[in-house]
Design a protein around this ligand. Structure first.
Ligand code: UD1
Ligand code: UDP
Length: 363
């Protein structure tokens, strides 16, 4: 039995979902841990719903930092995470992904010599420094003691930045664990298809990235492209809208094409079922590119690049940008291709591997 204690710093929807298998693995093996929630996401539909559905304990420590500019949000998080880590005195801090919460957790822990930092989903690179997430993931990789890379390509990115191989372990992505643990339950329990009256083919849309929704022209072009796809292919589009996108849509006074059905953000089981059953998924989300690849659903990525090139290499995804003709073209091509690609993100044992490494090794 280990003496290592683990802390998780997390703050947003994707971190809760992708840390869930690791937290549950700690529970299964009686490994002591604490969850420090930064409060970056605080609306119930981006936060509480996932703790409940994924059977995670409510974090005892919620820093309630909330929204703000990058500097304010990240700076306040660093101050409060440092206090929480000093009080809790864990041996290892685990962070997952590339948000400001992850950046703040990584920086705060790396300055405390007694706390090792483990980065889950290390080594992803879009090579686009305009994305705040690219800065976050690079910095955290370089202050981490354990780098849990999802794929060999991610490991290679780290080696090319002179990160020592001894720190890196290729585990697969914990999202495979999460999808496998939940898709059967979603198929049995979710009635979202009935709720939305989806009895024929449909497309699922998510768009929330700053580089898409914070610019009126890009957001409008994206919606126009999706609307043209809908008219051309004859299927409805369902768009569970992220609060950031909704706020911008209102600010920019964007008229949503009638083919695009806006709904509230969904819980994980309902969303998984839509991803599983959709004819095609259009997205700018990182996690959604992975999940569709795991579920054998074709994906078109509404961005100029991706840090998940494995999805493109196996034939599960096309990266098309936001211009309407490119979106239409991308959808047409994806719908012509077979969907029997191989999942590149591992065998669903990432959480097991991560916990084993952390508790058996003292760095
Ligand atoms: C953040 C991450 C992004 C990730 C996304 C997951 C950073 C820099 N960005 O983006 O990488 O893909 O989470 O969903 O860390 N808001 C609410 N309720 C909430 C949270 C936010 O209404 O619970 C609204 C606020 O108006 C806020 C805006 O959304 O200003 C943006 O929130 P923020 O946390 O800054 O970034 P996200 O766009 O959520
Ligand atoms: N998701 C969800 N409900 C929704 C939209 C997304 O549960 O309405 C889940 C999705 O299954 C994935 C994660 O949220 O696991 C992706 O989060 P998001 O797109 O916000 O962030 P990103 O992955 O781009 O950082």
């Amino acid at each position: 039995m280990t003496n290592q204690t683990i802390a998780f710093v997390l703050g947003t929807r994707p971190e809760i979902i992708k840390c869930a298998p690791v937290i549950r693995e700690c529970d299964r093996r009686n490994v002591p841990y604490e969850i420090i929630h930064t409060g970056q996401h605080y609306s119930d539909e981006l936060d509480r719903v996932f703790f409940e559905q994924l059977q995670l304990p409510v974090p005892e420590c919620n820093l309630e930092i909330g929204s703000g500019t990058h500097g304010k949000q990240t700076g306040e998080m660093i101050v409060e995470i440092e206090k929480a880590l000093t009080d809790g005195d864990p041996d290892v801090l685990l962070v997952q992904g590339d948000t400001n919460s992850v950046l703040a957790g990584g920086i705060a822990a790396s300055k405390l010599s007694e706390v090792a930092v483990g980065h889950i989903e290390a080594g992803l690179r879009s090579y686009d420094r305009n994305m705040p997430e690219e800065t976050n993931r690079r910095v955290v990789d370089h202050v981490s003691d354990y780098l849990f890379a999802p794929t060999d390509d991610a490991q290679q990115n780290l080696l090319e930045e002179d990160i020592p191989k001894a720190r890196i372990e290729v585990t697969g992505n914990t999202i495979v664990d999460a999808v496998r643990q939940n898709v059967g339950i979603a198929r049995e329990q979710s009635d979202i298809l009935e709720q939305l009256n989806l009895d024929s083919e449909f497309a699922l849309l998510t768009a929330h990235r700053a580089e898409n929704v914070d610019t009126k022209d890009r957001f409008t072009a994206l919606l126009e492209g999706v609307s043209q796809v809908s008219k051309e292919c004859g299927f409805d589009v369902v768009y569970p809208i992220h609060p950031r996108a909704e706020k911008r849509m209102n600010e920019f006074d964007i008229e949503v094409p009638s083919e695009v059905h806006l709904i509230e953000p969904l819980d994980f089981l309902d969303f998984l079922l839509l991803e599983d059953q959709a004819t095609i998924v259009l997205t700018d989300s990182g996690g959604v590119q992975e999940e569709t690849c795991i579920l054998q659903t074709p994906c078109v990525t509404l961005r100029d690049n991706t840090e998940r090139p494995e999805t493109v290499a196996v034939g599960a995804n096309r990266v098309v940008g936001v211009q309407p003709d490119q979106i239409r073209n991308g959808v047409t091509k994806m719908l012509e291709e077979p969907t029997d690609w191989k999942n590149p993100f591992g065998d669903g044992t990432a959480a097991e591997q991560i916990v084993s490494t952390v508790i058996n090794d003292e760095r």
